[in-house]
Design a binder for this molecule. Structure first.
Ligand SMILES: [Zn+2]
Length: 497
């Protein structure tokens, strides 16, 4: 997902209370539906239905140049589809929550001596042309003092230790006409973001993001005293766009104890986003549709939504936040070179625990996969998906994911098969994130796990603290070095630094 934007589908299952029906103001009609149990809901999930949704999502992307980026026709069609299906069950109150968010789409080309050099663009970087000699930046460019006067030059900066946005702003502040950031690991850069439309440290300038090897070559030539110019050509659309969250709440039940689950409904502008995060969105949708077939929730309320989690949580009154018992996040659950990762609620594996109660969610998922003899790895609460606003609000959180741009280890291959040294999702944030990119058996298993967890927590949230919570700020992965992050994260890569 584009970091900072957090559209999600939320399912909320509220817990039983003695007077739930009175609270909801609805009389439960007589029903012949089957009784809800975790296994029963799990058993309703099939890959056939998931793939039928996938065909739809792909067709939506064709409405807007092959993507479902927020504010696009493809995204609009996505949320309307979800709303329509949920409305049809008669089980939920479904609402759109409109909000505005800065949209950015950018491309970048770099030429050196007339030769094209591989480069990626940064989200939120401006369009424009810069043709100039290269000026070197000291250290990792995280301090203004690392930047000499760069008037009439293009700054060359190493990746690492602080946000890309800070570096590009410092370069602009030092007078540079462009900024090139070179990678600090061997792999090709897979794109990045300046994270916000502007910063106080200086104006953004046209950017390029290149490999470590290409960066080293430029540095060597400058140090040799060679005189040469490089050229950046960047194109960008940066504008505010309006989009909507979809929030669906069960008509019946106690809304004082809500279980929320989320996935973001948009894709990056580069592609249709079938795995990122069509897989999580469709998984939750399918669970919600099947949940509506059961009884046993007559004393509970539930919600489904496509919402911007940041906007959603920020605009949730404090009183309402306290009603959210826990949050489940599903962002990329069908990666082609999959791992099975469970969010590290207790912080045992990553040193970054979720709010108290998150360990209960972790334990449930680990037991679930254990029961199928599936090994689980640990996903870190690193700040690069929709759980973060919930975590920051102190809401116990958890979830599943199958890996993004990080590379599968040899150990990972022993656990899950696949290819070592290859990204979990080679099509992460690319045009090829289409139906063929989905690992269907893993997707089905994870969706079954979602179903199992939703029904389990609907029955009981034993161990989840329900005392009033204070907002907390947890350590975010962007504060760690790149090497530390590589150890921790199979998560969405943190693409801000
Ligand atoms: Zn995502």
């Amino acid at each position: 997902m584009p970091t900072g934007l957090s559209l999600l589908i939320a399912i909320s299952v509220a817990l039983a209370s003695a007077n739930a029906q009175e609270i909801a103001g609805i009389k439960t009609p007589p029903t012949l539906k089957a009784q809800l149990t975790p296994k029963a809901l799990e058993n309703t999930i099939s890959s056939k239905n998931l793939l039928a949704h996938a065909e739809q999502f792909l067709s939506f992307s064709k409405l807007s140049n092959g993507n479902r980026a927020f504010g696009s026709k493809g995204h609009e069609a996505t949320i309307r589809y979800v709303k329509k299906l949920l409305d049809r069950t008669g089980y939920y109150d479904v609402e759109f929550q409109a909000f505005t968010y800065p949209y950015s789409e950018s491309t970048s080309q770099l030429t050196v001596d007339g030769q094209a050099v591989f480069t990626q663009a940064f989200t939120y970087a401006p369009g424009g042309d810069a043709v100039a000699p290269v000026g070197l930046v000291s250290n990792d460019g995280c301090l203004a003092s690392d930047y000499p006067v760069l008037s009439g030059k293009i700054a060359l900066i190493k990746r690492g230790n602080c946000d890309f946005g800070l570096k590009v702003a410092f370069a602009g502040g030092a007078g540079a006409t462009g900024a090139i950031i070179y990678n600090n690991v061997e792999t090709r850069p897979s794109g990045g973001t300046l994270a916000q439309p502007s910063r106080p440290e200086g104006p953004y300038v046209p950017t390029a993001f290149i490999t470590a090897a290409d960066g080293a070559q430029l540095i060597a030539r400058v140090n040799n005293g060679e005189e040469f110019e490089v050229s950046i050509h960047a194109e960008a659309i940066n504008e505010d766009r309006t989009t909507s969250n979809v929030i669906a709440t069960t008509k019946q039940g106690d809304r004082n104890n809500v279980i929320a689950a989320g996935a973001h409904s948009d894709s990056v502008p580069a592609g249709p986003g079938l795995n990122d995060d069509g897989s999580g969105s469709m998984g939750i949708l399918e669970v919600a549709l099947n949940l509506a077939k059961f009884r046993g929730l007559k004393k509970r309320a539930e919600e489904f939504g496509l919402v911007g989690s940041e906007y959603y949580v920020e605009h949730l009154p404090e009183e309402e936040r306290q009603k959210v018992a826990l949050y489940l996040n599903f962002d990329m659950i069908a990666s082609p070179n999959s791992g099975y990762f469970v969010f590290d609620g207790d912080g045992n594996a990553t040193d970054i625990p979720g709010p108290p109660g998150s360990e209960v969610i972790e334990t449930l998922y680990r037991s679930y996969f254990d029961s199928y003899n599936i090994h689980t790895g640990s996903a870190v609460f690193g700040g690069s998906s929709d759980y973060q606003p919930f975590v920051d609000a102190g809401i116990p959180s958890g979830g599943l994911m199958t890996g993004a741009g990080g590379l599968k280890t040899v150990e990972g291959v022993q656990w899950w098969g696949g290819d070592a040294g290859v990204a979990y999702d080679v099509c992460y944030h690319q045009a090829c994130d289409n139906i063929e990119n989905l690992r269907v058996d893993v997707w089905e298993r994870n969706t079954k796990a979602i179903a199992y967890s939703v029904a389990s927590f609907a029955k009981s949230i034993e161990g989840i603290p329900r005392t009033p919570r204070a907002p907390v700020r947890t350590l975010r992965v962007s504060k760690l070095s790149y090497e530390e992050r590589l150890h921790l994260t199979c998560d969405h890569e943190d693409d801000r630094a």
